[in-house]
Design a protein around this ligand. Structure first.
Ligand SMILES: [Zn+2]
Length: 189
């Protein structure tokens, strides 16, 4: 594969849409051909320690990093990055460098934040991607097609002005359809 430009595949979707399961499925194809694989995950996403774990029970070991510049992947042909929305703008430059160097790059992440707004670098990466998988979930309220991430704090929908990333808070997340997605205090217009 040397001398060729890499490819970027972004796997986006709301909470509980199976992004990690889909990533592991895609990566398992590379294992068949013997491609070397590395998975990076952000330290904020530390619920499963060093594992990238899907709800189906599949898992792969990941390297935990605090910043995008810690991602090099130079020794592995396939570089996967979990929860891209946790990384800053510098992730775009890192991904572009990996592509220039001929890597196959996968990025998973939330395309929208809990307010339903574009989340961090994910929209940019989706625009740059060669392939985008936009996954859906099941709405945990009406069982329709879930495309939004509902944040709930102490049993109530989180207001518009609560912080984008809460670490270790008493908040939880549910998949919701647009009709069931609630964001109190959303500015009109
Ligand atoms: Zn619903």
């Amino acid at each position: 594969m040397s001398g060729t430009v890499g490819r970027l595949h972004v796997i986006a979707g709301c909470m509980s849409s199976g992004k990690t399961g889909e990533l592991i499925r895609l990566l398992s194809r590379h294992a068949v051909t013997g491609d070397s694989i590395v998975i990076y995950k952000h330290v904020v996403d530390s619920r499963d320690g060093r594992m990238a774990r899907s709800r189906l029970g599949t898992e792969m070991e990941a390297l935990v990093v605090a910043e995008a510049r810690c991602i090099d992947g130079e020794t592995c042909h396939v570089v996967a990055i979990e929860e891209g929305q946790f990384f800053g703008e510098e992730l775009v430059g890192v991904v572009r460098r990996l592509l220039r160097d001929g890597h196959m790059v996968y990025v998973t992440g939330l395309n929208q934040d809990f307010r339903g707004e574009p989340f961090g670098v994910m929209p940019t990466l989706m625009a740059l991607a060669d392939e985008v998988s936009l996954l859906t979930a099941i709405c945990q309220k009406c069982h329709g097609v879930g495309t939004r991430t509902q944040r709930i704090i102490d049993g109530s929908p989180a207001p518009w002005d609560s912080p984008l990333i809460l670490v270790g808070g008493a908040d939880c997340y549910e998949a919701r359809c647009p009709d069931c997605h609630e964001v109190p205090g959303r500015p009109q217009g």
